[in-house]
Design a protein around this ligand. Sequence first.
Ligand SMILES: [Zn+2]
Length: 74
Amino acid sequence: MRKYGKVICNQCKKELKSEGNYIKEGYFEVDYTFGYFSRKDGTRHRFDLCEDCYDNMIGQFAIPVEEDEVTELC
Ligand SMILES: [Zn+2]
């Protein structure tokens, strides 16, 4: 979640390290609006996870995430 320019992990409430407006560690940002055929039609979900909580989440997947090396980071 975002609060006063800070990013806080929704899962564990850890505040991510920042310097000015820059977040200085990895995190997973979600801003997703569910579509017509979902039970959440038109509902927007926003949350942030620190890298540890993200790793825990994907660690529970039955099928691992697809992972590729990206050379140009945005
Ligand atoms: Zn966390």
